[in-house]
Design a protein around this ligand. Structure first.
Ligand SMILES: [Zn+2]
Length: 297
């Protein structure tokens, strides 16, 4: 099953199509699904039962602010390795005038085995996850949709303010497929969430992610007019146990990893913590460190 899914992803590896397959909302009606989820309370406790086969990772990286023993508490066999802020930012391709650039991977040299964590939507608000993220000092770039996250923006504020330098970014007001909307309607979705997040979090987010990774030229113009500086996509999507790759079968330097604030009802009974533990194990198994996305933009 797992193999078959990867095979499918590999077969359909052509950019946007693969993105739409791996994006946030691979089932029927994302808004309904997310809305339902937003009203449910998570309850399961974390488990360290996931396979513990990770070898000791490359120890060259600088440590984040995590305490030395925190990793054991969250089901890991070795500390998570963090990449320091780069001395020089990578060259990101420039956008055409009046549009914002689209970034789906940070261009890094092959020896820089660094990946970046992004979490989308905001339906799940598991207090245990806040402890995990704070303990490990995971730098997370959040992309929040107002219709599901706003029932408790305080949850995401805590995540932002836990000492990891995590950030809050824009993922529209209602999670529509922007390609189906007019320029004006897209602008309403993007600017509307910029305004809400600025009012609630005190800063106008620099990053925007279109739901399902679906966008067109109007999206890039609208995002620019709303004060966004980059559209952030991804090449790797965390499922319940494993990554799904848009290209190839392993992480690549600079990969932006998409995960979701999801709980047991959407993870076949697994908790957000179990999903995150497995994601970190997969990163460690492949010898990667975690960087803070904004340090590279
Ligand atoms: Zn989404």
């Amino acid at each position: 099953m797992r193999y078959a899914r990867r095979l499918v992803a590999g077969t359909l590896a052509a950019g946007a199509l693969a993105l739409s397959l791996t994006g946030c909302g691979e089932s029927v009606d994302p808004i309904e699904r997310l809305g339902r989820k937003a009203t449910q309370e998570p309850s399961q406790t974390p488990s360290a039962s996931a396979s513990a086969t990770a070898p000791a990772p490359d120890s060259a990286g600088a440590q984040g602010g995590a305490s030395d023993e925190a990793y054991k508490k969250w089901g890991l066999t070795a500390p998570v390795q963090y990449a320091p802020k780069p001395a020089q930012k990578p060259q990101i391709p420039k956008a055409a005038p009046g549009k914002v650039p689209v970034i789906d991977r940070i261009p890094l040299p092959a020896e820089e085995k660094i990946v970046f964590l992004t979490f989308d939507d905001g339906a799940e608000k598991d207090p245990e996850f806040l402890k995990m993220a704070a303990d490990l000092k995971l730098p997370i770039s959040m992309f929040l949709t107002d219709s599901v996250a706003s029932s408790d923006y305080g949850h995401f504020e805590k995540l932002r303010d836990n000492g990891s330098a995590s950030t809050v970014n824009n993922h529209t007001l209602t999670h529509p497929n922007l390609r189906t909307l007019s320029f004006e309607a897209q602008k309403k979705e993007i600017c509307g969430q910029q305004d809400k997040l600025e009012k609630r979090f005190g800063q106008r987010p620099p990053l925007f992610r279109p739901p399902f990774g679906n966008y067109n030229d109007d999206t890039l113009r609208a995002a620019s007019e709303c004060g966004v500086s980059s559209v952030l996509l991804w090449r790797v999507s965390m499922q319940i146990n494993n990554f799904q790759y848009a290209q190839g079968s392993a992480l690549q330097p600079g990969d932006i990893i998409l995960a979701h604030f999801r709980g047991p009802s959407e993870l076949k009974g697994a908790t957000e913590i179990q999903m995150t533990t497995r994601m970190l194990q997969r990163i460690q198994e492949q010898g990667y460190r975690i960087g803070r996305l904004e340090d590279y933009l």
